[in-house]
Design a protein around this ligand. Structure first.
Ligand code: ARG
Length: 452
């Protein structure tokens, strides 16, 4: 690609260390599309004939077909996907192939290719996350009346429904969905036409490539266009936070599946056994999803560190972005799909959840709020119920009506019903609360977010 300037070719060792073909061959489809678009830009400028453009299209279609059929093998001198495309065009079309790189650079080309990849990746991730939110919404809807302990500090706090808890995770993924969509929008800017960094003296019209490639808009400044990888950072941040949310849900599945909790059972197909201990039923998939948030966060960090301190415009460091991006997208897709399957197959032990909801005096806030509704200041109510909980803990006795009536003159016969976990769950009808009608609204909202 640059033989004229040099007396000697690249050292094989340097070539091996700098070549990126193994990674960026994945961009072949994008590079072919960008090259077709550039051919049209050159045609409009009178630098290629209509016949030459047709020939370029045919050669590129053939190349992409070979790649899809896994019959394309890079030649030893192919440094990256761009040099492979130019070489093959030149081999099949001669002079026409030698004209194709006029007015463009690998710098604007790679940024264009990565933007095309990122748009597709955001769309695929968005679809996967929609599937996960849908699975959570379905399970939430089926469990609006299944009571379970709600925790803070992993201490029993207030009774909730399984549906409410699953919907809570659903809203985190709904935010991931909009972050992924915004990352896709950030990528949706054409930069083909920026050249190496400063544009071109040739009469090229970048709007043609913008339209041909289906980008929503076009770069403003050529130097920024080749230097900007914000959209990669945006996507890596979106996959990192998605990874964090998946990890928090995975951690809960690990806890719920433990015999110490016995809240839920992971389906056989998504559980693993032990090579030594015959009784084991391990939630390895959930643990791996939890674990894979670590490299997701690491890849975002690597990308940010890669960019910091890079002078404008293009620097070769930027070549390292692709491996991070591709593996982060693949990892996120796999984790979302695995989680969707696990959520769909999770079974809840309703009897066990009901029994666990009796522990930890989760009715305490409810009793305090009964006193408040009768005019007792909240602090007095809090202290009264706190003393009642402490005395029950000492005596080991369960709460009963006489104890309740003795605790405060404002308690009345019938108030004991408020200590039933299901009652406590049903009574939280405030906005966004755990009462079944509120959770049904939340499920509806989740579905509308998925529908967009
Ligand atoms: N392979 C490079 C990358 O992935 C693009 C080539 C630009 N290289 C250059 N020396 N100008 O970023």
């Amino acid at each position: 690609m640059w033989g004229g300037r040099f007396d000697a070719g690249p050292d094989p060792e340097m070539f091996a260390l700098t070549a990126s073909i193994e990674v960026d061959i994945a961009l072949l489809g994008a590079d072919a599309a960008a090259t077709k678009a550039h051919a049209r830009v050159l045609e409009k400028a009178g630098l290629l004939t209509a016949d030459e453009v047709t020939a370029v299209d045919g050669a590129l279609d053939e190349l992409v077909a070979q790649w899809r059929a896994a019959t394309l093998f890079p030649a030893p001198g192919d440094e990256d996907v761009h040099s492979l495309v130019e070489r093959t065009l030149t081999e099949s079309l001669g002079e026409t192939g030698r004209k194709i790189h006029a007015g463009r650079s690998r710098n604007d080309l790679i940024a264009t290719d990565v933007r095309l990849y990122s748009k597709d990746a955001a769309a695929a991730l968005g679809d996967a996350v929609r599937g996960l939110i849908g699975a959570l919404a379905d399970r939430a809807e089926a469990h609006t009346e299944t009571v379970m302990p709600g925790f803070t500090h992993v201490q029993p706090a207030q009774p909730v429904s399984v549906g409410f808890h699953l919907a809570a995770h659903g809203f985190a993924f709904a935010r991931d969905l909009s972050r992924i969509e915004r990352a896709g929008e950030a990528a949706d800017v054409n930069v083909l036409g920026a050249g190496a960094l400063a544009g071109t003296t040739l009469p090229l019209d970048a709007t043609i490539a913008t339209k041909e490639l289906g980008f929503a808009s076009m770069f403003d400044n050529a130097m920024d266009a080749v230097a900007d990888r914000d959209f990669v950072c945006d996507l890596l941040y979106a996959t990192s936070l998605l990874g964090v949310h998946l990890s928090r849900l995975a951690e809960e599945i690990v806890l719920w599946a433990s015999p110490a909790f016995r809240f839920a059972r992971v389906p056989d197909q998504w559980s693993t056994g032990s090579s030594m201990m015959p009784q084991k039923r391990n939630p390895d998939m959930a643990e791996l999803i939890r674990g894979r948030a670590a490299p997701a966060i690491g890849d975002l960090n690597s990308m940010l560190v890669l960019l910091k301190g890079l002078p404008l415009a293009y620097d070769r460091d930027m070549q390292e972005d692709k491996e991070l991006l591709f593996r982060s997208v693949e990892r996120a897709l796999g984790c979302v799909q695995g989680m969707t399957a696990m959520i769909g197959g999770l079974t809840f032990d309703e009897a066990r959840l009901a029994a666990a909801s009796e522990d930890g005096a989760m009715w305490a806030t409810d009793l305090a709020e009964i006193l408040v509704s009768r005019g007792v200041p909240f602090r007095e109510a809090h202290e009264t119920v706190g003393r009642l909980v402490a005395s029950l803990e000492k005596s080991g006795a369960p709460i009963d009506e006489e104890l309740l009536l003795a605790a405060h003159t404002s308690f009345e016969r019938g108030d004991l019903a408020a200590t039933r976990p299901a009652q406590g769950m049903m009574a939280r009808t405030s906005h966004g609360g755990t009462a079944p009608e509120r959770v049904r609204e939340q499920v509806k909202e989740l579905r509308s977010r998925v529908a967009g």
